[in-house]
Write a protein that binds this ligand. Structure first.
Ligand SMILES: [Cu+2]
Length: 165
């Protein structure tokens, strides 16, 4: 895997990214001598494959509203239900590659150090492009920010022109 030498301890909540000299997938531990467990990664990816395939199929075939399928932030105003989104699938893949001991792909500040990050995000972009080909008239609808965040306050109106961060 890719070898790198960066880091300032103060920037990371968990110290292993300081002493891991390379990206790790399904690391054996959070200790300095942790090793990637490729067998566990492959087993988990194989285990999840059918479920992720079905979820993508469902998004392509059962929902023509970009706002609803784009992010996991969309929450209907009323009614129980099970909702899915490209972002939720994206999140699951990050965790599946990172594994249970916080491999790089599991943690936002370091996930892009794993070359798998770029393949994964290319697949998410591809999925969006395929969905947009099916539903070319649906796009971002204005909606209020649900929770305060660093750049936005709860209730701020966000739309397609909102600055992406
Ligand atoms: Cu990501």
């Amino acid at each position: 895997l890719y070898v790198f030498h960066v880091f300032q301890l103060a920037n990371y909540r968990t110290p292993q990214y300081i002493y891991w000299p390379e990206t790790l997938r399904w690391p054996t531990s959070t200790q300095a001598d942790a090793q990637t467990q490729t067998d566990k990664l492959i087993a988990q990816m194989n285990s999840n494959q059918a479920q992720v395939k079905q979820r993508l199929y469902n998004l392509f075939t059962s929902n023509s509203n970009f706002t609803e399928i784009g992010t996991s932030a969309w929450i209907p105003d009323s009614g129980p239900g099970s909702y899915d989104s490209f972002e939720s699938i994206h999140d699951q893949i990050h965790g599946t590659i990172g594994g249970s001991n916080y491999g790089d792909m599991s943690v936002v500040p370091v996930s892009a150090f794993d070359p798998a990050f770029w393949l994964h995000h290319a697949m998410i972009d591809r999925s969006f492009a395929l969905w947009q080909a099916l539903y070319p008239d649906s796009y971002v609808e204005p909606m209020a920010q649900k929770q305060g965040a660093y750049w936005y306050n709860s209730g701020d109106n966000l739309d397609a022109e909102t600055r992406k961060l």
